[in-house]
Design a protein around this ligand. Sequence first.
Ligand code: ASP
Ligand code: MG
Length: 415
Amino acid sequence: MSIIVQKYGGTSVGRPERILNVARRVLDAQAQGHQVVAVVSAMAGETNRLIDLAAEVTGEGRQPTEREMDVLLATGEQTAIALVAMAINAMGGKAVSLTGAQAGIETDGVHTRARIANITPGEVHRYLKDGHIAILAGFQGRTREGRITTLGRGGSDLTAIAMAAAIDADLCQIFTDVDGIYTCDPRVIPEARKLDEISYDELLEMASSGTKVMQSRSVEFAKKFGVRFEVRSSLNDHPGTLVREENMSMESVVIRGVSLERDQAEVTISGVADHPGNAGKIFGAVAEAGILVDMIVQNVSKTGLADVSFTLNKADLARAETTLKPVLAEVGDQVLLEAEDGIAKLSVVGIGMRSHAGVAAEMFATLADAGVNIRMITTSEIKITVTVSEDQIETAAQTVHDAFGLGGEITETGG
Ligand code: ASP
Ligand code: MG
């Protein structure tokens, strides 16, 4: 008998009638002859509500201990699994809920962002063999000593992928409130097309440039353990997008998708003395302040002075400027820091880029034709990213999406 792992996110169980919908879907899957494990997130908004409650009782400027935070946050998923199991049982099915600890998910002791160390799924197997549907709490585990831990925001995806690997599931389905992975955000490009399949690396690159359908850590885990999974909607029966290892035919599609990220800012530090250690000083200070930077560009110095630019979230810009002020004097005599917000990133992603020449040229020429000025450019093996003025991002995305033929019916040879 085949084993199927289904994951339902917070919106899929956000209201009682949605929970009934999940119960019906899970029962359907069982009726089709599968053994079913359903991993469930907290009801939509619940984790945030718990975080707010913690802040209220702790008081401003103080942090609750992370141990207690985990005890608190784990209740969100615990509520949801009990309700889903009850709904299934009320429909005449046989379901049991299992917390992370009961399902054998052992983690390290890093509270609020624990890593899975080991899974012993004996209890899950036992219930499945017994004809039960196992309803598993996402996002949580326990340390070897028995402390409750959570896996970081969005961690239910990881629970599903890791459990699918541990029990060698035949299929892993991530149910969410969108139909799958699209060639671009359909709110920006209405004719964006749902992809039949995408490789792990492409999905990771799309995620890092704004297409957040799944927690990246889960995709990395899936890649490492070769877990194929399907992203699809819990609200209809449309087929979703299969996320898998790449195959030869995937390379025939040059660009899989276009992704964009708004609310970015650029920082340029010019006049940095060209000797070892300066880049380390700049980015060391930024890292110490816990600020994430993204595109980093430095030009080759012709005059003994270099310019260093990077992007970051607009929300972190003021803090980055404050952090960098004292560092400037250490990296040159006449260093200047310029910052600008109102920036957005646009990326094209596709493993086909490795074997097709001229993708960058085509992207840049297309943007020029549309009157869009490119500010920064960075590339990886399968991604080209540019920054543009935020008020031009929609035009830019639309033109590039059109130029690479992503909107209309293109034939994909993959399968
Ligand atoms: N409930 C957790 C969160 O909101 C985990 C999840 O939804 O995957 O981050
Ligand atoms: Mg979620």
